[in-house]
Design a protein around this ligand. Structure first.
Ligand code: ATP
Ligand code: MG
Length: 231
């Protein structure tokens, strides 16, 4: 349902992606694994329109797309947590959760009452114990990250991309993120899970793609054991 075909992306002095073919199929929980600098986040950003590929194409539901950025991708049902989440420190937890998609009343004004009620429900459903009125800057790094995760997975749509969702999380939260992924999967949401923690990927995902130095070196199903990387 989301595909990169022969994608190359260069930055000054670095070729971050070289002729990458990647396919995320509907219903998959697909791990994208690789060491630091392998090109994982660059691929996520090409897939969601943050970067334009220098060569190659992105396909969504079989059609070539040129998303103008995260908001455009979101409008097409692709909800993404980037590695550096765009949160606003000076705003409340609830305002961060609904940034750019605030609930509005009949007069088209932001309904703060509705926003806090929705936020409470969302945070409760994920077991995140935090006051929706608290300023983001008052939270621990783990809790901030969980707010970013909560914001991303609060979607009815078909595809969620999480780039290193567990990277600054205390271990007790990692299991919760995995629980969230399993619940999304049960609801038939497709998931792209980016991590350099191979063991984590094998715990929650059914398919894995390994990247190395801007190229894909293996794609295949996960069935208990780890596949031998090829290439
Ligand atoms: N905006 C940029 N400008 C210049 N170089 C970049 C930029 N973004 C990424 N790169 C380079 O492209 C390569 C791939 O980076 P990328 O962030 O995609 O890797 P990654 O697999 O996500 O790594 P990590 O596990 O550290 O997140 C690296 O060499 C990186 O330095
Ligand atoms: Mg990255």
């Amino acid at each position: 349902m989301l595909e990169a075909a022969r994608v190359t992306k260069r930055f000054a002095g670095v070729t971050a992606l070289r002729g990458v073919d990647f396919l995320l199929e509907r219903g998959q929980v697909h791990a994208l694994v690789g060491e630091h600098g392998a090109g994982k986040s660059t691929l996520v950003k090409v897939l969601t329109g943050v970067y334009k590929p220098d060569e190659g194409l992105v396909f969504h539901k079989g059609k070539p797309v040129h998303f103008t950025g995260p908001a455009d991708a979101l409008a097409h049902g692709i909800s993404t947590l980037y590695q550096e989440p765009a949160l606003v420190d000076s705003m409340s937890v609830a305002a961060n959760l609904y940034l750019g998609r605030e609930p509005r009343n009949r007069l088209r004004l932001v309904s703060f009452r509705q926003m806090y009620a929705n936020a409470t429900r969302l945070l409760d459903s994920l077991g995140i114990e935090v006051d929706p009125r608290a300023k983001l800057r008052s939270l621990t790094p783990s809790t901030r990250k969980m707010v970013a995760v909560a914001r991303t997975v609060d979607t009815e749509d078909g595809l969620v991309i999480l780039d290193e969702p567990t990277s600054s999380l205390e271990s007790c939260w990692v299991e919760r993120v995995h629980g969230v992924i399993r619940r999304l999967h049960e609801r038939d949401v497709s998931i792209l899970y980016v991590t350099h923690q191979t063991a984590e990927a094998y715990e929650v995902c059914d398919t894995v793609t390994l990247m190395r130095a801007g190229q894909i070196v293996h794609t295949g199903p996960i069935s208990g054991g780890r596949p031998e990387p090829t290439g």
